[in-house]
Design a protein. Structure first.
Length: 79
């Protein structure tokens, strides 16, 4: 079975945000929370994104969405 977080990233890269959200929205892990927060950043819901980033113990950065996804992918690769 493919890692759900890598699958969520792949879906994000294919602009399938709803499907990615379905994968991570109920996952309480750091990775689920971080990706959930990122998806709310895509929506422009920074308040909700901030909540999920805090749950992931990650800063809510003001970098571009592309740069943030690259950062998240690097974090996932180093786990």
């Amino acid at each position: 079975m493919q890692d759900i977080f890598l699958r969520a990233v792949a879906l994000i890269e294919q602009d399938q945000w709803d499907a990615a959200h379905e994968l991570v929205q109920h996952d309480p892990s750091v990775w689920g929370c971080l990706l959930h927060g990122y998806l709310h950043r895509i929506e422009g819901d920074m308040s909700n994104a901030g909540y999920w980033y805090r749950r992931a113990e990650q800063p809510l950065l003001t970098n571009s969405l592309k740069d943030e996804l690259t950062r998240i992918k690097q974090l996932l690769a180093s786990r």
